[in-house]
Write a protein that binds this ligand. Structure first.
Ligand SMILES: [Zn+2]
Length: 482
């Protein structure tokens, strides 16, 4: 046997190649340049799921009565930060008794502001000073006294009132040396800004008035905590406190360094950090809370960052996240490290210190509005479904099941899906009752699935991932033990 081509056929083959080169090849090459196959044709190489087309459920509109940006009181946010800075330092290791200087001075300013707001709430808002002790390397490993300040707006719905949504800023500040209670630590941005946002949310949401504001199904807690710079001591305590009070955490919004937007090209979006969690699909409750906030406030307002916090740094949402609770962090677009954690001074012509003059109240007011609107919609929503499961592996149909308590204000559930590489959910279908929904012709393998509750008022709970039963793959019996 030989592969050689006989001379005559070889000749005609050369002729054919020459002909192709001279005519068709170039012609088709230029054809390819001018009219590529349409895009739709090129991206349709994956099988459609389901084969007959996806359902088109009616999407109920979001709740009416969104908080207008113009209702944010930037002036009183500015005034509160000015008073906090006036305390000189608010380091947790400083005085809790001196009304003029130290952590206690900061606490007094916040309590006074909350009291004013409570008066305007028609008595609905309750102000609490929570005193406790805590220890860390940054307390010299000795127990120290701490205080958190809370304003609580009780939920109006008997069942949902035990679900709590929180917004928090930390009122402690720090100089360069985190153990030095004497040095000045103005902490205007870190985290006077977050405290001002939390307090302004209390005002926006508790206002009694003809528009019916101040009535939410779930409870909302507005916090100003201490001990953040000594090791997240105040928020770690807050996780326990809400549990002791019998609350279930619906979501926690941490606002820390949300006061400046100094980079050119602004206004920029506020960053919203959320941790992945520990399941393969990166759908921790924290991530679902972040997605819900973005959906409520819009992509133009929120920049989702899919990591638990800034690289190598931490914040008050972390103890919530670590407890498996939905906790996220708002932070300004691009931090200036000369203006944080620095004892005020000028060195080589560079000014260090966290001063009020670097703050941008237009930006901070936007953050306050976006926090308040997220809290409003979440606290109006029916309770989130529980026990969502994905089944149907090795079958043509995915099966999503979940349970939920009776709720006369709920209209049903949205079944959500997304490509595994997509960051955001889409509504696949609507179900009026809990139980199991079969997604005909949809593979369990190519998408992630979740469920959320929808109220008659259009408010949605955060999504609950439909978890697949996780089984370890079979391994050889002589495989080394892990
Ligand atoms: Zn901070």
């Amino acid at each position: 046997m030989t592969n050689r081509i006989d001379p005559i056929r070889r000749k005609s083959l050369y002729a054919m190649i020459l002909f192709l080169l001279a005519s068709g090849f170039w012609a088709s090459a230029s054809f390819a340049q001018t009219s590529a196959p349409p895009k739709a044709q090129r991206i349709s190489r994956d099988p459609a799921e389901p084969l007959t087309g996806t359902p088109h459920p009616k999407i109920p509109p979001r709740p009416l009565g969104a908080i207008p940006r113009a209702s944010v009181d930037e002036k009183s946010m500015r005034a509160l930060i000015h008073e906090l800075v006036g305390c000189g330092t608010r380091l947790t290791l400083s005085s809790w008794d001196d009304p003029k200087r130290g952590a206690g001075c900061g606490r007094d300013k916040i309590v006074a502001r909350f009291d004013e707001i409570a008066k305007d709430s028609g008595g609905k808002l309750q102000v609490v000073v929570d005193k406790f002790e805590s220890t860390s390397a940054r307390t010299g490993d000795k127990p120290i006294p701490l205080e958190n300040v809370y304003a609580i707006l009780p939920g109006s719905d008997e069942k949902l009132a035990k679900t709590i949504f929180l917004v928090s800023g930390h009122f402690d500040s720090r100089p360069s040396n985190v153990m030095d209670p004497e040095a000045d630590a103005p902490g205007a941005d870190d985290d006077g800004s977050g405290v001002a946002v939390s307090v302004e949310c209390a005002r926006l949401l508790s206002k009694a008035g003809a528009n019916g504001r101040g009535t939410y199904r779930a409870t909302i807690l507005f916090a100003a905590v201490s001990g953040e710079e000594q090791g997240l001591l105040g928020s770690t305590h807050l996780v326990d406190w809400v549990k002791q009070q019998g609350y279930t955490v619906g979501g926690m919004l941490d606002d820390d360094i949300v006061g400046a937007d100094t980079a050119p090209g602004g206004p920029h979006r506020v960053r919203l950090f959320s941790g992945n969690g520990e399941i393969e699909d990166a759908d921790s409750p924290s991530r679902e809370l972040a997605r819900a906030v973005e959906e409520i406030d819009g992509r133009a307002a929120i920049r989702l960052i899919f990591r638990v916090d800034r690289y190598g740094r931490g914040g008050d949402h972390y103890p919530f996240y670590k407890a498996g609770l939905p906790g996220v962090r708002f932070t300004e677009p691009l931090e200036d490290y000369n203006h944080q954690h620095q004892t005020p001074r000028t060195e080589n012509g560079i000014e260090y210190g966290d001063f009020e003059k670097y703050l941008n109240f237009t930006f901070m007011g936007d953050v306050a509005r976006d926090n308040a609107e997220a809290l409003r919609q979440l606290a109006l929503a029916p309770v989130a479904p529980t026990g969502a499961k994905l089944a149907g592996a090795v079958t043509p149909d995915a099966k999503v099941s979940w349970s939920a308590e009776e709720d006369p204000e709920r209209v049903g559930f949205e079944i959500l899906w997304r490509e595994t590489s997509e960051p955001r959910w889409q509504v696949y279908d609507f179900a009026t009752a809990a139980g199991e929904t079969v997604l005909k012709g949809v593979s369990t393998d190519n998408h992630f699935f979740a469920v959320r509750s929808v109220g008659k008022n259009g408010a949605r709970s955060i999504a609950v991932i439909a978890e697949a039963e996780r089984r370890a793959p079979p391994v050889p019996s002589n495989a080394p033990k892990q």
